[in-house]
Ligand binder design. Structure first.
Ligand SMILES: NC(=O)c1ccc[n+]([C@@H]2O[C@H](COP(=O)([O-])OP(=O)(O)OC[C@H]3O[C@@H](n4cnc5c(N)ncnc54)[C@H](O)[C@@H]3O)[C@@H](O)[C@H]2O)c1
Length: 278
């Protein structure tokens, strides 16, 4: 392989879950501009339409969208068959979808739902279903399809800096709220994001003989209108002194999917401005 072509994804069909979201559409853009065909999967049809307009505005030459709830096994299986019959092969999977439980304003002043002692079992199950079970199901069907390629392919799981470190709950404190009712980053985020590291390691060995590489990216927080004080406090915990921009993971995504990373397998890659180094 010549150095010039190392980062090319020419003709590669890359399935991306949660692809209509903030980062998913940027992953799709990166894949498309690198010559690949991003297949955008998301449960929200309206968000997929917006993502399609976004990709058109970025002159992505070729992409495909499917509405899919990744927690439904029958639907994942059917979608995989549909993608295979349309393109004939799947070369990559980005497990990117997540329930992102934002730390919300407290509606119930006596009982913040995000706190562990109040956290509803139904919310735990929902978050785990999307973040962990959905990734497993997509690996089961799309990963298996990748393993059938003569040249293999890649799986990239999207974890978080919070898959590597505990949330600093001081970041989410609200003034005027009693100590035992302060909002926190929910437990499910830490658990689901750490689980993806385990899934990555399992997959990295499972289909290694079929040349399927599996890696996990742990991005840091993206600045996205969170408010001045929060941004300032998070930034002070990051050696580079700022949060990420939404397009700052595109290079890492192309690298991990491409031949440039042909010997990278089972790796936990952090891209967090150095936050987990401190
Ligand atoms: N944005 C950040 O600051 C940040 C930081 C670190 C890690 N991450 C991780 O990056 C990934 C993308 O984050 P984002 O900020 O773009 O999130 P987002 O909330 O903007 O997008 C997530 C997408 O997943 C979709 N989704 C949810 N449940 C689904 C289901 N059952 N089936 C199919 N699609 C479903 C949603 O419709 C949404 O479009 C997530 O895994 C997140 O944890 C994000």
């Amino acid at each position: 392989m010549r150095v010039e072509g190392l980062f090319s994804l020419q003709g590669k069909v890359i399935v991306i879950t949660g692809a209509a979201g903030l980062l998913g559409r940027r992953h799709a853009e990166a894949v498309g501009i690198a010559g690949g065909i991003p297949v955008l999967l998301d449960k929200s049809e309206a968000a997929l339409r917006e993502a399609a307009s976004y990709l058109e505005s970025k002159n992505v030459p070729s992409f495909h969208c499917e509405t899919l709830d990744i927690t439904n096994e029958v639907d994942v299986s059917t979608c995989c068959e549909k993608v295979l019959s349309k393109f004939g092969h799947v070369d990559g999977l980005i497990n990117n979808a997540a329930n992102n439980p934002a730390v919300k304003e407290n509606d119930d002043l006596d009982k913040d739902f995000s706190r562990l002692e109040n956290f509803p079992l139904s919310q735990w199950q929902q978050d785990m279903n999307v973040g962990v079970t959905g990734a497993f199901l997509c690996a089961k069907y799309f990963g298996y399809a990748i393993s059938k390629n003569p040249e293999g392919g890649t799986i990239l799981n999207i974890s978080s800096d919070l898959g590597l470190i505990a949330p600093d709950q001081r970041l989410y404190r609200k003034e005027g709220v009693s100590e035992n009712n302060q909002p926190v980053k929910p437990v499910t985020y830490s658990v689901a994001k750490t689980a993806l590291i385990g899934l990555t390691r399992y997959l990295a060995t499972y289909w290694a003989d079929k040349n399927v590489r599996s890696n996990v990216l742990c991005p840091g927080g993206v600045e996205n209108g969170q408010g001045g004080t929060f941004i300032q406090h998070v930034s002070s915990r990051i050696p580079l002194g700022r949060m990420a921009k939404a397009d700052e993971y595109q290079g890492t995504v192309i690298w991990l999917l491409s031949q440039a990373a042909s010997y990278v397998n089972g790796s936990v890659i952090s891209a967090d401005g150095g936050r987990t180094t401190w």
